[in-house]
Design a protein around this ligand. Structure first.
Ligand SMILES: C[S@@+](CC[C@H](N)C(=O)[O-])C[C@H]1O[C@@H](n2cnc3c(N)ncnc32)[C@H](O)[C@@H]1O
Length: 248
């Protein structure tokens, strides 16, 4: 599990990702799919610091957020006093009532590092959506990501939030890990008067996926794909898949 979402890192994440991610666009993207499938209720998994929650709430939609990290949830709750947020693990959760749509956003699938994690997650999603319900999730495309990090030893992202300049330097190790798992080291700096000051040094293990293996995981977990979208999002190429329960 990443340390990126704990303690002071949650606030740093929140500040930097306001620059990286266009949350209005992100909301419109997911909401269009949700609406096209007549979904009235939505659970967002990996709801993070509640930036999408804010948009769902502003549009009076029936939204619940779920996240593993208490620190991320604390920021999300402060941002969205009217929203319901649940602390939970996507691999094993039970809602009181099934929902019409579950979205897993912001490449939170990267933290499902074993095949068991994926199977457990898809089984939980299956149990928590209605018969006509849908799931929508994104993941980093291994076929484009792995050549990219092989060619770029250090990947730098810059962000500006509330008058503060940030830099993130990422280094990805591909060696010796199964399942296209990667060791990600990210160093976070603030830039004050041209000086770089290290504010956090984060290590996490993440996984990237090929489209074919994700299709197979869905098949094995009784989902039928409705739509696959090749999507350029912040920093890395991703796929988004929308799927529904296979008819019995
Ligand atoms: C990259 S952040 C994305 C946050 C948000 N969707 C965004 O776009 O800003 C990934 C989020 O997934 C959460 N997460 C990681 N593993 C999880 C798990 N097993 N169950 C639930 N949430 C998890 C982390 O706590 C973190 O908030």
């Amino acid at each position: 599990m990443a340390t990126l979402y704990e303690g002071k890192m949650a606030a740093i994440y929140d500040a930097m990702y306001q620059t990286f991610v266009n949350y209005d666009e992100e909301y419109t993207f997911y909401n269009t799919i949700i609406k096209a499938n007549n979904c009235k209720t939505t659970l967002e998994i990996g709801s993070g610091t509640g930036n999408l929650a804010k948009r769902f709430n502003e549009n009076d939609q029936d939204y619940t957020g779920l996240d593993y990290s208490e620190s991320m949830l604390a920021i999300a709750r402060e941002r969205n006093e009217n929203c319901i947020f649940i602390q939970g693990d996507m691999r094993d959760f039970n809602l009181e009532k099934q929902v019409d749509s579950i979205i897993i956003t912001g490449r939170s699938t990267s933290y499902l590092t074993t095949n068991e994690d994926l199977n457990e997650t898809f089984a939980s999603l299956y149990n928590n959506i209605t018969e006509q319900g849908i799931i929508v999730f994104d993941f980093i495309d291994a076929n484009r990501f792995i050549p990219f990090i092989n060619e770029n030893q250090k990947i730098i992202h810059q962000a500006e939030h509330d008058g503060m300049n940030y830099i993130r330097e990422s280094n990805w190790e591909t060696t010796s890990l199964d399942n296209f798992m990667l060791e990600w080291n990210a160093k976070y700096y603030t830039i004050i008067n041209g000086e770089k000051n290290l504010i956090a040094d984060d290590f996490s293990t993440v996984r990237v996926f090929t489209l074919n293996e994700m299709q197979l995981f869905l098949y094995l977990n009784n989902f039928e794909i409705i739509k696959t979208i090749d999507r350029k999002t912040y920093a890395y190429d991703t796929y988004v898949i929308a799927a529904k329960k296979k008819p019995l």
